[in-house]
Design a protein around this ligand. Structure first.
Ligand SMILES: [Zn+2]
Length: 245
């Protein structure tokens, strides 16, 4: 009993003096959220992460010219990296850093427009499990074959009903942006889809890359999506599933 009391007082002292980070002590998932290369409503977007009590998060933004956020010294210290970015270019060094995530087993959650990143790097498509192929190299062109549309009522259908990523989520409707004409890799497992006729399908999938789990979620253009409780649950479940292996 004395030993337990002693250990307990050590722990409390460590917490008080800050020698043990409080988040680590509480077992929170350590998340790096990467943005840059595409605009978004910052305040409501980051609320998704601020209001997730299971995680502690750091936000990082790429520079203008390439995927510079991967050059962080602490990149491999995170349990999960969330991509809400859309850079066009990535240097060889940045590719190496990005690929090191999967040797370590860091989980990857890829959201929305990150499906458009690195049009000239085929390996990225394999890793995240798909690609929105830009028609004009700028992401702006809309055609019958490939395009996007804002402010659509999207009926979401849960496919993988027993999967941890869809836990607590039943079919729902979300006001969001749709994409069509995107491709998926043959090894992805679909999680959710839609009956919206124009939208590409599926709307979310997962795959494994090296030691890591990867989830892609197409939804999430603006506050209408960010504030949707089913969307939040999908994001939180994805972070938990890829981060707690
Ligand atoms: Zn969008």
């Amino acid at each position: 009993m004395k030993t337990i009391l002693f250990l307990w007082s050590l722990l409390v002292a460590a917490l008080v003096t800050g020698t043990l980070p409080a988040e680590e002590a509480a077992g929170k998932i350590n998340v790096l959220v990467i943005t840059g290369g595409h605009g978004f409503e910052e305040e409501p977007f980051f609320q998704i992460f601020k209001e997730n009590s299971e995680i502690t998060f750091t936000s990082a933004q790429h520079g203008k010219t390439n995927a510079s956020a991967y050059e962080r010294d602490d990149l491999l210290n995170y349990d999960v990296v969330v991509l809400y970015d859309m850079p066009k270019n990535i240097t060889e060094e940045q590719k190496t850093k990005f690929l090191s995530l999967f040797e370590k087993g860091v989980g990857l959650v890829v959201l929305h427009h990150a499906l458009v990143s690195y049009q000239h790097w085929p390996e990225y498509e394999k890793i995240i499990g798909g690609r929105y192929p830009e028609a004009d190299g700028k992401g702006g062109a809309v055609s019958e074959e490939v395009g996007y549309q804002h402010d659509v009522e999207v009926p979401v259908v849960v496919l993988a009903k027993e999967h941890p990523v869809t836990a607590g989520v039943k079919d729902f409707i979300i006001h969001d942006e749709i994409y069509w004409g995107f491709r998926t890799e043959p090894d992805v497992v679909p999680l959710i889809t839609t009956t919206q006729p124009k939208s590409g399908k599926p709307l979310a999938w997962y795959r494994t890359q090296g030691k890591s789990r990867v989830v892609y979620l197409q939804l999430g253009h603006d506050h209408s999506a960010y504030e949707n409780q089913n969307y939040r649950r999908l994001v939180a479940n994805s972070i938990r599933w890829v981060g707690r292996q």
